[in-house]
Write a protein that binds this ligand. Sequence first.
Ligand SMILES: [Zn+2]
Length: 275
Amino acid sequence: MIVPLQSDERFLAEVTATVARRQGVSLWWLGQSGFLVHYDGVCIAIDPYLSDSLTHKYAATAKPHVRMTARVVDPALLAMVGLVTSSHNHTDHLDAETIGPMRQTNPALEVLCSAANVDFAQQRLGMMPTGLVLGTPYTHGPFVIHAVPAAHNQREQDDAGHERYIGIVVEVGGVTIYHSGDTLRYDGMVELLRRWVIDVAMSPINGNDPSRGVAGNLDGAEAAQLAHDIGARLVVPCHYDMFAFNTASPTVFVDTARQLGQAYRVLQAGECLNM
Ligand SMILES: [Zn+2]
């Protein structure tokens, strides 16, 4: 089992001290596609997966989800988080066993997902999430959150035309963050994202290999190339080292980023990136 750089009490101590200090934007990798972001005393969590719900769900099946990295933190202790975002309905991006304990700790916790997924998320979570629509940013304290489409493996819309898979662009404290969600590259993606000057992009690197049951994500080379093409100042890889059947080494990502002259940062689980 991979041990996070810091977890539990040590992780919480750093978050608490950072919230008290209120300097700049800070971002921690929670494992898989999960990130905690802080600015000016306000915290949001993007796609947090802090339980063993998939390990339990798929135990004794042909696709066991064996956890590779120990949990960074008990979600019940994340009282400082005011908003959770969800890029799509897969459990590693919308986990009742993560969001439920967070809501018990902070009953005011908001959940933001694509408008296409509000009904599903409401049933899974037992609370009413807010639906995010392309072109209509949502504001939470100092955070302004825009939805952008994702293709997992294709772009898909509901009957009202809302995207089933999204990424988000987060503007906060003079920093612009792009979290791609689970996605492949699609026509128009680069042009769309070039509307923003992106300081840090977080993208999956586990690839697209249906023969292993791994569907619909950029691989390391594609993640580095996308970051380069959208002009991201820094790229952080994610969506690996969580499940043994669905992971990738960041080596190819690192090699490609170096070839492209693309700045990158490989975080350990629980590690903080200050901006
Ligand atoms: Zn995923």
